[in-house]
Design a protein around this ligand. Structure first.
Ligand code: SF4
Length: 480
């Protein structure tokens, strides 16, 4: 998600005529996107900013912009510690990001004017993907599409809601248009992004339902793709248009008959966009994983046979204390239904070791469920205390030594299962989307490397046969 955010934040700069460079000495502007989920990521960003003091001193006309979640959390101290930063734009300022950038740039670059890079977007003030390629951040075959921002949850260990705010959804039409634009630019795969992506609700549909049920003035929050209606209108003005049917009905051209209300509808609509060959989404929350979503995934051939579904703990007591809002029974049921609807689907998850109050029995329950559900891979985290979260104030913090040992025990099981699963891929034929001339991703989310004598075009898709497996990495040969 950070790469997608950085792509979005870079667009106004690219629209104004700036080019990407890998060399800080050549750069006139440096934009740093920070993450605050883990202390380590925040520390790295702070250290990087400190190192840019000399870069800025060498040429004070240069512009340094620090954005993202850590910028939101620490903006006062950042400005105090590093007065040479030109602009601190926290995650909650993303909606005004273009204006903020304009102000910061105009002071140093007199040729910049307000209209350069302006766009007319109804959602988060994001520029549409058209005409704004951001080369170099992700590979050409992949298009990230943001569906929502923020999170309505309050998981006890997580800082995200306090730095990103509550959920805000983009309209389905903007998401579909962004997907089309990525395809036009050569994307074969679309990745739909959101903190809890499957809690998505089309704001246009819900807005119009409110209008229909309450019949009083309600401001329209999003652009409605029907003649005569625009952002900012109130319900009273909409009455003459009622014969258009007040529910938003969108097909892949922004018209049609199928209402898009929830994430399953959205997934289906993006799957229908001509040219989308592969479709993924990240990160779903188990609480919103409906049977309808499973059916949609299984019935849309472009949806990839992989799902990352965070579990976090195998103990119901700890899940409750984490405020995750699902039980292990519910999680198991989702996995069972998914495997039955999409046999062979590869599954990955997140697990935390050492959450406050985690007993040996709780931890054993995590080990057991990871072994039982046979994930293709699990990202194992040591519990990391973040100031400002509920977990930071909990009694019964677990010692670092115990956390380290539990994490190692978890990794052992995950690695063992992961290797077995990877070995089962030997001899299979897979479709790979190439990120570099020799590295790519299979539909079931394995990294695939080509043998030394073969090359592929980054951004293209080809079939390989898996000839060897090294740990969890697959080695393939191009099939003619
Ligand atoms: S669902 Fe929980 S872990 Fe995920 S972003 Fe929201 S609060 Fe954080």
């Amino acid at each position: 998600m950070n790469v997608a955010d950085l792509e979005e934040m870079s667009r106004p700069l690219i629209q104004k005529g700036f080019h990407l460079t890998n060399n800080a000495d050549d750069a006139e502007v440096i934009l740093i996107n920070t993450c605050t989920v883990r202390q380590h990521a925040e520390d790295k960003a702070i250290s990087f900013i400190g190192n840019l003091k000399a870069w800025k001193k060498e040429n004070p006309q240069r512009i340094l912009i620090v954005a993202g979640c850590a910028a939101e959390r620490t903006k006062d101290s950042l400005q105090r510690r590093f007065p040479f930063i030109d602009l601190v734009a926290g995650a909650k300022s993303i909606e005004n990001f273009t204006q903020l950038i304009n102000e910061a740039l105009k002071e140093k670059f007199s040729w910049i004017n307000d209209n350069q890079g302006a766009w007319d977007s109804p959602d988060f003030n994001l520029p549409p993907a058209t005409d704004n390629p951001t080369p170099g951040l992700s590979h050409p075959g992949l298009g990230y599409v943001t569906t929502m921002r923020g999170c309505n949850y309050s998981c006890a260990y997580c800082i995200v809601p306090s730095v990103r705010g509550r959920e805000l959804y983009r309209s389905a039409i903007a998401i579909i248009n962004d997907s089309k634009n990525h395809v036009k630019q050569g994307a074969k795969e679309i990745m739909l992004l959101g903190q809890t992506v499957n809690s998505y609700k089309n704001p246009v549909a819900s807005c119009e339902l409110r209008v229909a049920s309450q019949n009083k003035n309600v401001t329209i929050q999003s652009v409605i793709p029907a003649p005569g209606l625009r952002q900012g209108q109130v319900a009273a003005e909409i009455q003459p248009h009622r014969n258009l049917d007040p529910r938003l009905r969108v097909d892949d051209e922004g018209r049609g008959q199928k209402p898009i209300e929830d994430f399953s509808d959205l997934l289906q609509a993006v799957a229908n966009v001509p040219g989308v060959r592969r479709l993924r989404f990240m990160s779903p929350h188990p609480h919103y994983f409906s049977g309808k979503l499973i059916e949609t995934m299984a019935s849309a051939p472009v949806v990839c046979e992989h799902l990352h579904l965070p579990l976090q703990s195998g103990s119901d007591r700890i899940l409750k204390s984490m405020r995750r809002n699902y039980t292990t029974k519910e999680y198991r049921s989702i996995i069972k239904n998914l495997r039955s609807a999409m046999p062979g689907i590869s599954l990955t998850t997140d697990i935390v070791a050492g959450f406050p109050g985690e007993t040996e029995d709780d931890f054993k329950a995590s080990l057991d469920i990871v072994e039982e559900l046979e994930f293709n891979f699990a990202y194992c985290f040591k519990f990391s205390l973040r100031e400002g979260t509920e977990a930071a104030g909990m009694e019964e913090q677990i010692s670092e030594e115990i956390i380290k040992k539990r994490h190692a025990r978890l990794l052992e099981i995950v690695e063992k299962t992961g290797k077995q699963k990877a070995r089962a891929m030997l001899g299979q034929k897979m479709e790979v989307l190439w990120e570099t001339p020799m590295e790519g991703k299979s539909r079931n989310f394995y990294n695939v490397s080509l043998s030394r004598d073969q090359r592929a075009e980054p951004g293209s898709v080809s079939w390989v046969s898996i000839d060897a497996v090294k740990n969890r990495k697959l080695l393939g040969r191009l099939m003619s």
